[in-house]
Write a protein that binds this ligand. Sequence first.
Ligand code: CA
Ligand code: CA
Length: 243
Amino acid sequence: MYYKNINRFSTCSAVLVIMLGIILGQLDPPDWFVDPYQFEYSANIVALVHLEDEVVGSENDLMASFINGECRGVVNGLYFPPDEVVLFLVPIFSNNASGDEVTFQYYNAEQDAVGSLVETVEFVPDAIFGSPMDPIIVHIRLDCAQDPDHFNDFEMEYCQGCTDPSAYNWDPDMPVDDGSCYGQWGDSNLDESIDILDVVVLMLIILGDPVSEYQQWALDTNFDETLTVLDVIILLEYILDNN
Ligand SMILES: [Ca+2]
Ligand SMILES: [Ca+2]
């Protein structure tokens, strides 16, 4: 009964957040809902949500439990003064006494973002996973290697970078381009043109001018990790062939 009361209160809170969001016209929270009276068994998890190594969560945020993709509990964050953190006391309802795998999702109201959580638990009636003093640490999934079609909102935000292999700041781990690519082979001064000016810069560097990390990358035309007259010849040939 204890859990059922928590859940009813939480459902009301969640509805309030949703209504407030609609009124403000800003938030689009998920419509997570469960009817506790449809279930025979209940359990509970006390969770602390992390995004990478950082604790996240506010009292406007939601965390929900799922079994087979169906919402089985939803709750708002609850500020826990002793540790100055926001905990999620998420109910889990089930009609199976054992064998159900429980997954979790988290909604961040400020970012209006939903993310799946990495950790799962196996349902046990009356279990309490974690406690306020020792909560279960759960992590928002940030798997940039998977198909971007299956990204959660946090991955959409996090898994972005330069996706152009020919750019200086190419990040092979980031599947979604954020427009940050810069630099190209031969362009020593970042003016997006490869011309005689770049040859002059290269010659001055060979004669002793200071060289930046970027210039070392852009002007090493034969990829032998040194800047020599060979690079000048290759760059000149390229300019002559392309003009
Ligand atoms: Ca240039
Ligand atoms: Ca070279």
